[in-house]
Design a protein around this ligand. Structure first.
Ligand SMILES: Nc1ncnc2c1ncn2[C@@H]1O[C@H](COP(=O)(O)OP(=O)(O)O)[C@@H](O)[C@H]1O
Ligand SMILES: [Mg+2]
Length: 506
């Protein structure tokens, strides 16, 4: 928005221009937007949103003092003599933010930018990170940072895209009916990706078909020339597909499928006993088959051949991320791009299954950003696939599952038993039910700190420990505690603070 004069920006936001500020230099507009007066950066537009407890508009003066380009606030805050900067008034600042994001997206689009929107029950952020990495060699890509995926975060992510952006990759979260429709009407995607449909936020929507319908609002809201990317043979989405839009499917039997995965050897863990090491390519070589449906051109013609193989070397190898990679390749094809032969280094957002080498020969898979039945099963599969020694699972509550919660937890326990988990620690009241499904002895504790304590004396060299639970359970504390214990060891105190029992590797 750098080139937008205050009046233009007010028009775009549907706001009233109360004060036009002083300077109109070569770059008269803001360089992004922020809703937090404590972190607003110089040159940004501050938007004062009404929250449940506080009203951001009250901090408008602070934001200007911090160097904000201007403020967009409710009328009652705009009138309060804001001498410096630009002041815009909107009766609903959130609507102003959204209108502004949409207008900015349209302007970027005139410059040739395209938008890929990604939703789904689990794996949105990871797919977004993979797609951004995959297309960065081809286009100037801007992706939502971390998890900015709500009616507030997504518009902010859009406004952070500078002029000249060629591709915006946006994550869309769903917390109820109508939300994806709203986000779609702001983002105006050229490609809509649904990663999967599963029992997440089941409590809110009641049933899997209702969840599928909520995700499918993305498909319903796409424009005439847009393309759709969905998992192959997902019965829950069939009735939502549109005959007028080209659809590219991914996964077994789909237009984009895995032809071959040649592993490069055991996965590498980041060594926390020394300086952090950069992520290494661990995924080996991946061959992806593109069928005719993925090669069709915009004019309806087919690609050179009816089928093609794409070779990639990703820095990851987990089965669920390879599925996400297929979705990303399908999205690339929807944009007319075929990535090929590339080394694909993805830095996943934090707490998404990062492997940490703990002192004492223990590897910890830190996957506690969130949890639901789908991602729990995927993470246990990954544990089983990659653990060299004993498989340890520390599993917390999966929240918001509604009436079926106990059953979903029990099934996770059954899955853990099938995958030969050797030691199970459950964290929280719901998670205790995982122990019931496990059928063997399990340790049940009430919270993360108790789990860290329980692990003391139980872990031994060679263990791989999966730590996963819903955000609210706060299991990231476990890695912190174990790491802290490790640091004590580095200082020459008891190795791992007495954490690791039994044989040690060194
Ligand atoms: N395609 C997938 N299927 C099942 N589980 C997945 C998938 N992708 C990621 N996960 C699991 O879900 C966790 C959260 O992934 P993330 O990409 O943050 O999802 P979202 O943004 O949808 O919440 C990951 O750490 C991993 O355990
Ligand atoms: Mg996410």
């Amino acid at each position: 928005m750098r080139r937008w004069q205050p009046a233009r920006l007010a028009g775009a936001a549907g706001a009233r221009l109360v004060a036009a500020g002083a300077g109109t230099g070569a770059e008269p507009g803001p360089r992004g937007a922020s809703v937090d007066s404590r972190t607003v950066a110089p040159g940004e537009l501050f938007i004062g949103l009404r929250g449940e407890r506080s009203d951001g508009g009250e901090h408008a003066a602070e934001a200007l003092a911090a160097g904000a380009w201007g403020v967009l606030v409710a009328p009652e805050h705009a009138e309060r003599a804001l001498a410096r900067g630009v002041v815009l008034a909107h009766p609903q600042p959130l609507r102003g933010l959204q209108a502004l994001a949409r207008a900015w997206r349209e302007e970027l689009g005139e410059g040739g930018a395209r938008v890929v929107a990604i939703t789904g029950s689990t794996g949105k952020t990871s797919t977004k990170d993979i797609l951004a990495a995959l297309l960065s060699p081809h286009l100037r890509v801007v992706a939502s940072p971390e998890n900015l995926n709500t009616e507030i975060g997504m518009p902010l992510a859009m406004l952070a895209a500078p002029a000249g952006t060629e591709l915006l990759v946006l994550e869309m979260a769903m917390r109820g009916e109508g939300q994806i429709a709203e986000l779609t009407s702001i983002a105006l995607p050229d490609v809509g990706v649904i990663v999967n449909v599963g029992p997440v936020h089941l409590e809110l929507l009641g049933s899997l078909p209702a969840i599928a319908a909520a995700k499918a609002e993305l498909i319903a809201g796409l424009g005439r020339d847009a393309r759709v990317v969905v998992p192959a043979a997902e019965p829950l989405l069939q009735r939502h597909l549109r005959a007028d839009l080209q659809t590219i499917t991914f996964g077994p039997g789909g237009d984009v499928s895995l032809a071959e995965a040649r592993p490069a050897g055991a996965p590498q863990a980041r060594d926390h006993t020394r300086q952090p090491t950069p992520e290494r390519a661990e995924g080996g070589e991946i061959l992806i088959r593109l069928g005719p449906g993925a090669l069709r051109r915009r004019d309806g013609g087919e690609g050179a051949q009816g089928q093609a193989l794409v070779r990639l070397r990703p820095s990851f190898a987990q089965a669920h991320n390879l599925r996400n990679l297929l979705a990303a390749v399908a999205a690339a094809r929807a944009l007319g791009i075929t990535p090929e032969g590339e080394e694909l280094r993805v830095s996943f957002s934090s707490l998404r299954g990062e492997r940490l080498q703990m002192p004492g020969g223990v590897v910890l898979i830190n996957d506690c950003y969130n949890a639901n039945p789908m991602s729990m099963h995927a993470a246990i599969d990954d544990l089983a696939e990659t653990a060299a020694g004993r498989r340890v699972a520390v599993l917390g509550d999966m929240l918001e599952l509604g009436d079926g919660a106990r059953e979903f937890h029990r099934q996770v326990g059954e899955h853990a038993a099938q995958q030969d988990v050797g030691l199970l620690v459950t964290v929280g009241a719901l998670a205790a039910e995982i122990g019931a499904g496990f059928g063997k002895e399990a340790i049940a504790v009430p919270d993360a700190r108790a789990a860290a304590e329980a692990l003391t004396g139980l872990l031994r060299a060679g263990d791989t420990v999966l730590v996963k639970g819903s955000r609210g359970v706060g299991l990231e504390l476990i890695a912190e505690v174990l790491r802290g214990a490790g640091r004590a060891g580095d200082r020459g105190e008891a190795p791992l603070g007495g954490l690791v029992a039994g044989p040690r590797s060194r």
